[in-house]
Ligand binder design. Structure first.
Ligand code: EPZ
Length: 430
């Protein structure tokens, strides 16, 4: 199949200079869903301009909310959810993104019922919703499978004590949203601690919710009857920050990332330091420098504050040329090594045993025709292409555009050489 567009990356140019990061995709998706609970209008600022956000806005409008861009920067969205009149967003939209599952919690909290198709998003594992549904049931909802959708009904939600069997970001967020206006107090044990969990709690609190403990294992949500309007700015994207940090190191560059939150990057920074990269923090900037003599490391993905699964794939690109054998263990998603086959096409030496990859450093990668199978696999391939000798053709970059705002422009401004080819102008690269 001919892709509708592709990226051609001329490799071996170091990234140098200063850049900034957009607002976080995953925090913004969760906050937009949570905004449906508002009893007035709210303004969400610093929303990234990426495809997944556009799908979320379509979903919100499909159920009767107003969600319109305001301001000149194209980053602020005014949400007026008072017209929400449907508990059943279109399945074809819901299946496009994982975060559509947050509409279950939001509609259950707002209308007492919801019928939302099983979500889509990156194909990186089974990604069940059992913990979400278990939590909704504890809050008093009746859940049924309804032809590829989850149908939730209730006579109003009541606070409950919920122990999560698995640390789940989406499950924790969905239950915070559902419980924010429930009658009484909800306790979520074994909660996820990711920055976007904290972000949703902060946003809801800015509207008058009473949520404590976000960022710890136990979150307490005291339900309130009404949520007032608010203006709230989304935090900088932790994964975009990390991707650029890795790209800077992998290309032997020197990049300063302004407007980020260094404390969110501790796990990645520790691993970059271990592999011989220089990383300096200063207030809200991070500078990453490397001379390219990287050492092999061991790395295991874990829930926050452990090493994020979303940066495992980008990091494997850097490790393909690190001296020695790096061992990468993926513990969160069972199918999150799909970038490795593509890296091998570029000359990487990798063996995989179940959820563990052994990466033996090679002297260099070479250009190849490769395919981005999911969002962070795509980011990994972009980094590998920037490192490689020669030209790399990245097919299906559409996955990358789902989560990275203007990535090609951003990297080109730092010295990368990436061109976008549309289907009608495509020629085989020389
Ligand atoms: C969120 O996915 C992010 N997505 C993912 O980012 C990220 O990789 C992931 O959290 C982990 O940090 C969004 O925020 C939209 P989970 P989510 O529930 O919520 C299992 C990206 O690249 N599980 O924390 O779906 C699940 O199978 C994306 O931007 C259950 O068993 O992740 C997985 O093994 C990809 N039962 C583990 O928990 C459940 O009910 C963690 O999943 C829910 C999850």
């Amino acid at each position: 199949m001919i892709p509708s567009y592709r990226w051609l990356v001329e490799g071996s140019y170091p990234l140098v200079g200063t850049t900034s990061v957009s607002g976080g995709k995953n925090p913004a998706l969760a906050v937009l869903a949570a905004s449906l609970l508002c009893d007035d209008t709210c303004v969400i600022e610093n929303v990234p301009d990426v495809d997944d956000i556009r799908v979320m806005l379509l979903l919100m409008r499909s159920i009767g909310a107003k969600a319109t861009y305001a301001g000149a920067d194209g980053r602020s969205i005014v949400v007026d959810p008072r017209g929400v009149n449907s508990d059943n967003p279109p399945a074809e939209l819901a299946r496009k993104i994982r975060a559509s599952s947050y509409l279950m919690g939001a509609l259950l909290g707002k209308l007492g019922q919801a019928e939302v198709a099983y979500p889509g998003g990156c194909d990186i594992g089974a990604r069940t919703l059992d913990q979400h549904v278990k939590g909704f049931a504890a809050l008093g909802a009746c859940a049924k499978d309804q032809l590829g959708a989850v149908k939730l009904t209730s006579n109003g939600l009541r606070g409950a004590e919920i122990y999560m069997d698995v640390v789940t970001v989406g499950g924790t967020i969905n239950l915070i949203i559902a419980a924010a206006k429930a009658e009484g107090t909800t306790l979520i044990f074994n909660a996820a601690k990711e920055p976007h969990v904290v972000e949703v709690a902060n946003f809801l609190n800015s509207m008058g919710a009473v949520i404590k403990g976000a960022g710890t294992d136990v979150i307490r949500v005291k339900g309130v009857a009404k949520l007032h309007g608010s203006t709230y700015a989304i935090i900088p994207d932790q994964i975009v920050t990390g991707t650029i940090m890795i790209a800077a190191a992998a290309t032997m560059g020197d990049v300063t990332i302004a407007g980020c939150i260094p404390t969110h990057m501790e796990a990645l920074t520790a691993k970059l330091l271990e592999s011989g990269v220089r990383v300096d923090y200063h207030d809200d900037t991070i500078r990453v420098r490397s001379n390219g003599a990287h050492r092999s490391i061991t790395l295991k993905t874990q829930a926050y504050p452990g090493f994020p699964t979303d940066l495992q794939q980008p990091m494997t690109a850097l490790l393909t040329t690190a001296r020695g054998i790096s061992v990468v263990t993926e513990t969160i998603f069972e199918s999150r090594f799909r970038q490795l086959g593509e890296l091998a096409r570029m000359g990487a030496n990798i063996t995989v045993d179940r959820n563990r990859a052994a990466i033996t450093g090679v002297s260099s990668l070479h250009g190849a025709k490769i395919t981005a199978t999911d969002l962070r696999a795509g980011a990994s391939l972009v980094i590998a292409a920037l490192m490689a000798k020669g030209t790399t053709e990245i097919c299906e970059p559409i996955h990358i555009d789902r989560g990275y705002e203007n990535l090609t422009d951003k990297l080109n401004a730092l010295g990368a050489r990436i061109t976008i080819q549309n289907a009608d102008t495509m020629e085989e690269p020389a």
